[in-house]
Design a protein around this ligand. Structure first.
Ligand SMILES: C[S@@+](CC[C@H](N)C(=O)[O-])C[C@H]1O[C@@H](n2cnc3c(N)ncnc32)[C@H](O)[C@@H]1O
Length: 241
């Protein structure tokens, strides 16, 4: 029964993540969802800025603290180990849902590209970013990253085996292609509002800080990561340096 419940929990967390990911696409790209990042301002600028920084901070703290090995050790004193990653995925999705729900548009136009070719290029780069994010999750292991592999192995009564260091495709050019994808997704827009700029600047800063923590853990957990780190650039392929 417990195996079945943990599997159901993993599937539920994944479903919440999947819907949140789809919603995020419309929220950042300004389509299909009722209120997007760039909707008209509703409250004074200072209040909106405070609320938005708080929401981004909440996500950053949740996403970083819950990813640390020490936190995972503490959490698995209370929840079964196979459900730990699904809990991380669920909590990350809930932090994002809170961000979508309470986000305050801020008005203000930072840039607006009107030329059809320019708009097409920027939408292309936006799509490239989201596609890169999705593809890289499969290159590492989509099902492990989102907790499904853990609950499935547990359901089948098999032990969990950690993933080894991998460097397929874009991981040969940069160590963090998934984060490169986010940078394209957040910065490539024909209409950059003030709220969108705050979002892009803060998430970029967060990615740079998160990489330091992630790599510190990976150097301990993955044999060969230190050498890989020496050899492969972080975010910008050598070709363009
Ligand atoms: C959200 S993913 C982001 C991966 C990477 N930072 C990127 O931007 O492509 C984070 C997880 O991927 C795994 N990971 C990162 N780089 C890896 C690599 N080269 N090989 C295997 N696993 C990796 C680690 O378990 C890490 O916790």
């Amino acid at each position: 029964m417990s195996r079945f419940l943990i599997l159901a929990y993993g599937l539920l967390s994944y479903a919440v993540f999947f819907l949140t990911f789809c919603y995020a696409l419309g929220f950042v790209g300004n389509f299909l969802v009722p209120r997007t990042m760039d909707s008209p301002a509703l409250v004074p600028l200072g209040n909106a800025l405070l609320v938005n920084l708080g929401l981004l901070g909440l996500f950053a703290v949740q996403h970083s603290v819950m990813a640390r090995p020490a936190f995972k050790r503490w959490l698995t004193r209370f929840i079964p180990e196979p459900a730990e990653r699904s809990t991380y995925v669920l909590m990350s999705s809930l932090a994002l849902i809170a961000l979508f729900w309470f986000w305050q548009p801020m008005g203000g136009l930072v840039w607006e590209v009107t030329h059809p070719l320019g708009r097409a290029v920027l939408y292309g780069l936006f799509g490239f970013g989201w596609a890169l994010v999705l593809v890289t999750t499969f290159l590492i292991n989509h099902f492990d990253l989102f907790g499904l592999r853990q609950v499935w192995l547990h359901f089948r009564g098999r032990p969990y085996t950690p993933l080894p260091l991998r460097a397929p495709g874009p991981y040969r050019l940069v160590r963090h292609p998934l984060y490169v994808g986010w940078l394209f997704a957040f910065w490539a827009t024909p209409t950059m509002s003030l709220a969108h700029l705050v979002f892009a600047v803060m998430t970029t800063a967060y990615i740079l800080v998160a990489i330091r923590f992630e790599e510190r853990d990976l150097m301990e957990a993955l044999p060969g990561y230190a050498e890989y780190r020496q050899r492969v650039p972080m975010l910008v392929p050598r070709l363009f340096r």
